[in-house]
Design a protein around this ligand. Structure first.
Ligand SMILES: Cc1ncc(C[n+]2csc(CCOP(=O)(O)OP(=O)(O)O)c2C)c(N)n1
Ligand SMILES: [Mg+2]
Length: 620
């Protein structure tokens, strides 16, 4: 056997450089490089190995969590066909990545996490930043990655890498089991040498399978569709990951089945496609929510049925409703008592087109859907152009951003009131033109996630829409955007705190307690003093961005045009009128209300809550 004597870290980089994926006869390199921050737990191992492998790019980030968000944004925008690895030191550098790991796993995105770990040798323990336990020496902070990783391993000996790496690649390239993969790398082992088999460093191509549905399930799904009078498709993220938009369009053009979309699936069909009813569920459109309520067959494609999609199990009220689920993951396919079609979305849609024959939805149903769609389009036009006196409404800001963006541009967001408003209002023109992280809805994802999305396809402008709260959580990757020359356009809505959680609090009878940015009031002892002023433009400028304040929609439009022309990241700050929110459209979301309280308002909210919960259904 030919061997090469290398450190464990050198072998790891040598392997990662040679991993490729293949789908639809298209082959490409899987890893774009490594993101991270060095400390004593990785500098001599991974750091040294990266230094002697300049063809494997290393990107220094400002926070390890942000590094993982960058990697998730990149993987999502690449439809999981490319990924980044992330390196950290031991201790806090490692645990900073846990939030990122959870986000990646929940959104089913491939990221390879390489936290440094304590000495395997143990004789010098406890090392700096080591968590000690009186009951075992075989535990450390990296064990916290276990529940948030789809594969987890610790490499105590350099040769264990040879067994771990193929497992890591299997999970990272799996259409059904994809998520964060964590390989905890003890700092001493990273630097240890071993005679690795040369074969480990040969080019290896991982096939991203397009699995076929089994004959019986497909037959049952077709029978259910052919019998349906009011079928409705829920397009989830799986449609985009599978690049199945054209197949979906062909299927619905043949059958006239209307389509609604989850957050992850938004943009599966262009907004102006005649069968496109828009967002469904808690943040759904009137068109989609009305059709969902009476549907007799829901066809879920690549969706995991989160509570936002099902409006906390109240969206589907037809007593006869049944479900067909097309999903690569058996786990999701079996949800809501569905006929499970465990298959790739594009393949399954192709089979369905052949198998449904001459099926067409009843004309009355098609007319009803078309009417609801045109009413909804008019409502969006109205909300885009409210001409609110004084500060603009958030929906007007969205309208201006939409008008400024081009057909292939990307809108990216994650938390606050922005995801709900965008789910309803954004008019996605092309697949992946809407990049919403709403599996974990993680404040702080936006800026690093956008850098990843932009790195995945630099030909598309990336517009980020975020709030003052989420900006303050993680503005620092603006520095990374300058360092790497990755340009994004950020629109920051300043409404002086948590508009979203504030209105949620008011709806629960809690009056917005603890959600506005105010000074501590010496008289009351509460956070209800003078408004807290943060100069966001100055902050963004200090990190290296172009930054402006826009005080009207006209100024916002000009600032957006300037930002498009600029060659570096821009941050546009705009204050909005917090009293003009985008309403809900016959939807609901279950957030538990205190069962007993000193406040009348909470008691009233609780009785409304009890009433609303009666609509929650089991789909068995
Ligand atoms: C990391 C993290 N912490 C807490 C939350 C809960 N949360 C959701 S939205 C939100 C407020 C966001 O404020 P802002 O970005 O200003 O948006 P706004 O609600 O004002 O639209 C909070 C605290 C979260 N989603 N993520
Ligand atoms: Mg806010």
């Amino acid at each position: 056997m030919t061997t090469r004597r290398m450190t464990m870290a050198q072998a790891l980089i040598g392997f990662l450089k040679n991993q490729y994926v293949e789908r639809d006869d298209r082959e490409q390199k899987f890893f774009a490089g490594m993101l991270g921050i060095f400390g004593h737990g990785n500098i001599a191992g991974i750091g040294q190995a990266l230094q002697q492998n300049p063809d494997f790019p290393y990107i220094l980030v400002r926070n390890e969590q942000a590094g993982v968000h960058f990697a998730s944004g990149f993987a999502k925008a690449s439809n999981r066909l490319r990924a980044y690895a992330c390196t950290s030191s031991i201790g806090p550098g490692a645990t900073n990545m846990i939030t990122g790991a959870a986000l990646a796993t929940i959104n089913r995105l491939p990221v390879l996490l390489l936290p440094g770990d304590i000495f395997a040798r143990r004789n010098v323990a406890p090392v700096l930043q080591q968590l000690e336990s009186p009951s075992t020496q075989d535990v450390g902070v990296n064990d916290c990655f276990k529940p948030v990783s789809r594969y987890w391993d610790r490499i105590y000996r350099p040769e264990q890498l040879i067994a771990a790496l193929p497992e890591a690649m299997r999970v990272l390239t799996s259409p059904s089991d994809c998520g964060a993969v964590t390989l905890a790398l003890p700092q001493d082992v990273q630097a240890e040498a071993y005679d690795y088999p040369a074969e480990l460093f040969e080019k290896r191509v991982w096939l991203i399978r397009r699995s076929e549905p089994d004959r019986v399930s497909l037959h049952r799904a077709v029978a259910a569709i052919r019998a349906a009078k009011r079928p409705l498709i829920v397009a989830g993220g799986g449609v985009l990951m599978s690049e199945a938009s054209a197949a979906l369009a062909a299927f619905v053009e043949k059958t006239s089945i209307p389509v609604c979309e989850t957050q992850a699936g938004k943009g599966s069909l262009a907004w102006d496609h005649p069968m496109q009813m828009g967002a469904v569920g808690a943040t759904g459109t009137l068109a989609a929510n009305r059709l969902a309520r009476q549907a007799d067959l829901m066809i879920g494609i690549g969706t995991r049925y989160s509570d936002f999609t099902t409006a906390s199990m109240t969206a589907f009220q037809n007593p006869q409703v049944r479900f067909v689920n097309i999903n690569t993951a058996e786990f999701d396919a079996y949800k809501v008592g569905a006929i499970p079609v465990v298959a790739d979305a594009r393949v399954a849609l192709g089979r369905l087109i052949e198998a449904v024959g001459d099926y067409l939805v009843p004309q009355r149903y098609a007319d009803e859907a078309a009417k609801l769609k045109s009413e909804w389009d008019a409502e969006v036009d109205r909300l885009f152009h409210l001409n609110n006196p004084g500060k603009p409404a958030q929906s007007e800001v969205i309208g201006a951003m939409w008008e400024a963006s081009g057909p292939r541009d990307v809108l990216l967001s994650a938390a606050g009131s922005h995801p709900g408003d965008l789910h309803k209002l954004w008019r996605t023109r092309t697949p992946n033109g809407y990049h919403m992280e709403y599996g974990y809805s993680c404040m702080g994802y936006e800026i690093p996630g956008a850098l990843g999305a932009k790195a995945a396809d630099p030909t598309r402008e990336v517009f980020v829409f975020l709030g003052d709260g989420t900006y303050l959580m993680m503005p620092t990757e603006i520095v990374t955007s300058v360092q790497e020359g990755i340009k994004i356009i950020v629109v920051l809505v300043d409404n002086h705190g948590f508009g979203s959680i504030g209105s949620l609090s008011r709806s629960l009878g809690q009056g917005g307690f603890g959600t506005a940015y105010n000074m501590r009031n010496a008289k009351t002892g509460q956070l209800d003093g003078e408004p807290l002023h943060v100069d966001f433009a100055a902050n963004a400028r200090s990190l290296g961005a172009n930054a402006v304040e826009a005080s009207s929609i006209v100024e916002l439009k000009q600032a957006l045009e300037d930002a498009k022309q600029a060659d570096r990241t821009s941050v546009i700050v705009i204050e909005t009128d917090p009293s003009i929110g985008v309403p809900g459209f016959e939807s609901w979301w279950d957030v538990a209300v205190a069962e007993v309280s000193d406040l009348d308002s909470v008691r009233e909210a609780h009785s409304r809550y009890e009433e609303a919960r009666k609509r929650e259904r089991h789909h068995l």
